[in-house]
Design a protein around this ligand. Structure first.
Ligand code: BG6
Length: 486
């Protein structure tokens, strides 16, 4: 029996270097924005929006500290030394693919060296060799919240055009070195996210923005990333004959709270603001309404002569996206709010929430797939979807995470329906197949994995890997190409 998914459907998982590798200051690695991200035990709704806002003094303080508990991404889950064991566990689950990122500061420690750091290059080469041996196809993100910190301090990150050349240089080194191993690439993780967390995604330190015009800085950085992504796409096609570059969007599907036109209007704005990013990467053009809106806000983009041609000429080959939750807009400011993936909305009474307030909406994934495919008509790839939850290890070492299975199952069911409705889908990579450090909170206790890692928020634990119930469940899903969902 077929369920409509392609025979070579790319089942697997997704991780990011800064959340798993650890080894933050060895083998020549430079410090990155992730290494100064502080542990947050709890995040209030208000803090969520500004979760990674930084000041020059907080960066300086972080740079003077060697603590790995205060800055847990420095320790990750020690994938740097345990990647063989972890990849073998992924292979045991039957992974066809693993999405992972290359930490820019492991290759160019400050971002500006003439020559790349050979030890960094060798590390990823070894990872890719092992993946080849295990028949796991890599999907590699070039920039996943790992900008060399030096580039923030010196240039205010992506605000400066200089970053375009530096990123293209880094990308070319990766394409040249790994062309025999890696065919699928993503330029920027969640290209829309500079707007929500300017420091983590764009390396922007607000107090360094001229006349404190942070929004101006943010959108200038966004423009530079668009140009850099297009130029990297061109290099990818030049260097790797069958290379494919994907865009990567945070799919923030937004609903109106009521049919009050004011709610509908806010929803329209929110969805258009989200689509603008994939529009540029897929269609190769800024939406007119998006540009006009910036102009009305007093934001003047510095666009150089060839920029728009470059963006038009080198569009992406496929569109990948993350999907965790949907959100709801209302004009009524008195309504209760809830958090989502670095964004807030009003609480949708029809949906359950995770412990972190993200509202679980499998049908929203169906809606997102249909909307995206109808809009762009190019292959799609779900590269992040998963449930962050606290897990309990039983006395016998078992971990019964039926809540995670239920979340994933309901989303995969909707994904299959969307494929049956005609969507061209390349694959599905769950976030994250192994517990790692949370991007927004740097918590270890917010776990996503099929594999449990014995480490708590304070860094205590053996780092041993243990299989959760979902491990066996996902193995069956992959074996049956999504037919058996349990
Ligand atoms: C995505 C990011 O937006 O959300 C990942 O690309 C991140 O890096 C994931 O880990 C889940 O978010 P969090 O904050 O729960 O880790």
């Amino acid at each position: 029996m077929s369920n409509g998914l392609k025979k070579d459907f790319l089942w697997g998982g997704a991780i990011a270097a800064n959340q798993v590798e650890g080894a933050w200051n060895i083998d020549g690695k430079g410090i990155s924005v992730a290494d100064v991200a502080k542990y947050k035990s709890e995040l209030s709704i208000e803090d969520y929006a500004a979760h990674n806002a930084v000041s020059l003094s907080s960066i300086e303080e972080a740079m003077n500290s060697l603590s790995v508990n205060e800055f847990p991404k420095r320790r990750g889950i020690d994938f740097y030394h345990r990647y063989e064991e972890d990849l073998e566990l992924f292979a045991e689950m039957g992974f066809k693919t693993l999405r992972l990122s290359i930490a820019w500061s492991r290759i160019f420690p400050t971002g500006e060296e003439d020559k790349p750091n050979e030890k960094g290059l060798v590390f990823y080469e070894n990872v890719f060799k092992k993946m080849k041996e295990l028949n796991i196809e890599p999907v590699v993100t070039l920039s996943h919240y790992e900008l060399p910190l030096e580039l923030c301090l010196k240039y205010n990150g992506w605000v400066d055009r200089k970053l375009i050349d530096l990123f293209v240089k880094f990308s070319k080194v990766c394409f040249e070195r790994y062309k025999d191993y890696v065919k699928y690439w993503l330029s920027f993780n969640e290209i829309d996210s500079v707007v929500r967390h300017p420091f983590t995604s764009g390396g922007i330190i607000p107090e360094k923005c001229e006349n404190n015009k942070e929004l101006q800085c943010i959108y200038q950085a966004v423009h530079h990333q668009f140009v850099a992504s297009a130029l990297a796409t061109a290099e990818c096609h030049k260097i790797i004959p069958d290379g494919k570059m994907g865009g990567m969007l945070t799919k923030l599907t937004t609903y109106p709270n009521t049919c009050n036109p004011k709610d509908v209007f806010l929803t329209l704005q929110s969805n258009l603001n989200n689509y603008a990013f994939s529009d540029v990467q897929v269609k190769g053009e800024y939406p007119v309404i998006f540009l006009k809106n910036l102009e009305q806000k007093g934001i003047v983009l510095e666009i150089q002569k060839d920029d728009l041609d470059i963006i038009k000429k080198h569009t992406v080959d496929f569109l990948s996206f993350s999907y965790y939750m949907s959100r709801t807009e209302s004009a009524d400011e008195s309504l209760e709010k809830t958090s989502g993936n670095t964004i807030m909305g009003v609480r949708n009474p029809y949906l359950p929430s995770t412990e972190w307030g993200w509202q679980i909406d499998p049908l929203g994934l169906y809606i997102s797939l249909i909307e995206l495919y109808d809009r762009y008509n190019i292959p799609l790839f779900i590269v992040e979807n998963g449930l962050g939850a606290k897990d309990v290890v039983e006395k016998d070492g078992s971990i019964h995470d039926e809540y995670r299975i239920s979340y994933l199952k309901s989303h995969i069911e909707e994904m299959k329906k969307a494929v049956a409705a005609g969507v061209d889908l390349m694959g599905y990579t769950a976030w994250a197949p192994i517990d790692s450090i949370s991007a927004s909170t740097s918590q270890m206790s917010k776990r996503y994995g099929f594999i449990y890692v014995d480490q708590d928020d304070n860094g205590n634990g053996t780092l041993d890997r243990m299989k959760k119930d979902s491990f066996w469940w996902y193995k069956k899903v992959i074996e049956s190409n999504g037919l058996i969902l349990g």
